[in-house]
Design a protein around this ligand. Sequence first.
Ligand code: SF4
Length: 60
Amino acid sequence: MNVKIDRELCIGCGVCTSIYPDLFDMDENNEKAIVKNIENIDESLVNEAIESCPVGAISK
Ligand code: SF4
């Protein structure tokens, strides 16, 4: 699974990092979310993050 964040859309709300902190993190400036490189991604948590992102910035 290739989870991506559209940095143009991301408003840095932190919802995705709350839902799935093992996968999502904030960048060094704390402005945009990033996707960490991990094994065994939990697709149900990714789906929850996709559905919860207020600007639809997460895709897979
Ligand atoms: S939930 Fe969406 S807008 Fe909020 S930090 Fe994550 S990707 Fe960015």
